[in-house]
Design a protein around this ligand. Structure first.
Ligand SMILES: Cc1cc2nc3c(=O)[nH]c(=O)nc-3n(C[C@H](O)[C@H](O)[C@H](O)COP(=O)(O)O)c2cc1C
Length: 221
């Protein structure tokens, strides 16, 4: 049996105020960028915990919260992760990625080298929990795991942006090396590797454009 609790009601804003508030938040989020040049300026563990718990407040299928966020601050572990990621990325850039993929990546000037995996003060490695171990080790289902974990990562990125921090959603695939290096159990699969921290003083970002409203919204009024 579930019990319900009251939800604090909110008074509707007048339409102009509402539009302005939405526009302000849109403008704020437009400033978020993926960073590939990090400073080594420290970020306190307590801040990382708050950011992860903000991410963990995301909605999830049947409230299963099918995620584990590994927060890696250890220099030795970051070095091992960088070496393993660069090995996979070297193979990807030298044969595994299609010509079309490499062409699509050209504007980003990326290659197999990932120094930011050591420079950034923290690496948050997100694992999706494809099932749970219930009582007596019995497997229990999670639902809509990819959708749920994707949402939690979105919450994390906006929380980081709000705190003036930056991140990269990185996918040095295949990412099984993360399972091994972090000793994660069989029910967890790597989802994203997210270095977080402050931007390097001379950091740059690719000059990319976002699609305009008419290309991302289909109205049915
Ligand atoms: C699922 C996902 C995987 C990504 N993987 C990589 C990656 O491995 N390396 C990288 O440099 N950028 C990666 N990116 C970052 C994208 O290139 C970036 O989000 C996109 O170019 C838009 O730029 P912005 O985030 O600055 O708006 C990834 C983004 C997403 C959402």
């Amino acid at each position: 049996m579930s019990s319900h609790i009251p939800y604090p009601s909110s008074k509707p804003l007048n339409p102009d105020e509402l539009i302005q508030q939405c526009a302000n938040y849109h403008a704020f989020l437009e400033k978020r960028r993926s960073l590939r040049f990090f400073s080594d300026h420290p970020v306190p563990r307590e801040a990382v915990e708050q950011l992860i718990m903000a991410a963990s407040s995301a909605p999830s299928g049947a409230n299963k919260q099918p995620w584990t966020f590994c927060a890696v601050g250890s220099l030795e572990l970051k070095k091992q992760i960088r070496e393993a990621a660069e090995e996979e990325e070297y193979r990807s850039y030298h044969g595994r990625m299609s010509k079309e993929w490499l062409r699509d990546l050209a504007p980003f000037d990326t290659d197999w080298r990932k120094p930011f995996l050591e420079t950034a003060p923290w690496l948050i490695i997100v694992f999706r929990r494809i099932y749970e171990f219930g009582e007596e080790g019995k497997k229990e289902n999670n639902y809509y795991v990819n959708e749920s974990v994707g949402l939690a990562c979105g919450f994390l990125l906006t929380a980081l942006h709000q705190a003036g921090l930056v991140a990269l959603t990185h996918t040095p695939s295949p990412m099984d090396f993360l399972t091994k290096l972090l000793g994660r159990p069989a029910n967890e699969k790597p989802f994203l590797l997210i270095p977080i921290g402050y931007p390097a003083p001379d950091a740059t970002v690719p000059d990319i454009q976002r699609k305009p409203a008419e290309r991302v919204i289909a109205w049915y009024e």
